[in-house]
Write a protein that binds this ligand. Structure first.
Ligand code: PRP
Length: 217
């Protein structure tokens, strides 16, 4: 059996991924041990290794072949634009990438004035404003709590993830435009896809089957 290494996104996505993989027949008992300080978790019987990484690093590990497979949000896939194959939409982690801001920013957006846009996703924001809206903007990269941007006067609008919408609501901001829907994706290293084709196809097939069963109930 060919060995596989799988990169998981730390946090809620990792839990949802292991739950789905478990249903597909792939498990890792070690991963459930919250006290462990180990970084790599293995299932010797199934010849599987797992590690947890920050979302934006997952496509990097997969592109370089440090992991054969990875599971990460499509926001990260779009932003990082790494040379990997995206093979499955796993359906969980659903949210939206949006332009948001105070209600008065709507007129500014429509006036096509030069806007300041704060975001953790400069590539997605650049692509949206420059190519889809054909509008020149000033992009300001932030690393979190992006909603602060318009509140403290750093930017006119933000480009950020909206899940429940409560962060926007509690800060007096509205969704002004939706850029795209997002969800967790399985990505594959391009060389592994050839060299470990049989095992990887089997994993994809078993996971897809579970997704189809889940969609029917
Ligand atoms: C994300 C995102 C929004 C929030 C949206 O932030 O950047 O801030 O979640 O969720 P909601 O629509 O359910 O309120 P995250 O919690 O990842 O932290 P960050 O702001 O530090 O990036």
């Amino acid at each position: 059996m060919q060995e596989l290494t799988i990169a998981l996104t730390k946090g809620r996505l990792a839990g949802q991924t292991m739950e789905l993989l478990g249903r597909a027949g792939y498990t890792c008992e070690e991963l459930g041990d919250k006290k462990s300080r180990k970084l790599i978790f293995t299932n010797e019987d199934q010849k599987l290794s797992f590690f947890l990484a920050k979302g934006p690093d997952v496509p990097t590990y997969v592109e370089y072949g440090a992991a054969d497979l990875g599971v990460v949000g499509s926001d990260v896939v779009l932003e990082e634009n790494r040379r990997v194959y995206e093979v499955l939409d796993l359906g969980f982690g659903r949210c939206r990438m949006c332009v948001a801001g105070p209600p008065e920013a709507r007129a500014l957006l429509d006036s096509r004035a030069m806007l300041r846009v704060a975001t953790k996703y400069p590539e997605i924001a650049r692509d949206y404003f420059y190519h889809r809206r054909q509008q020149t903007v000033e992009l300001i990269k932030l690393n979190g709590s992006v909603e602060l941007g318009p509140i403290v006067g750093l930017s006119d609008v933000i480009v950020d993830i909206v899940e429940t919408g409560s962060t926007l609501r509690e800060n007096g901001l509205d969704v002004l435009e939706e850029i795209c829907g997002l969800s967790a994706r399985m990505i594959v290293n391009q060389v592994s896809m050839q060299l470990k084709a049989q095992r990887i196809r089997e994993v994809i097939g078993n996971v897809r089957e579970q997704l189809e069963i889940g969609a029917r109930v």
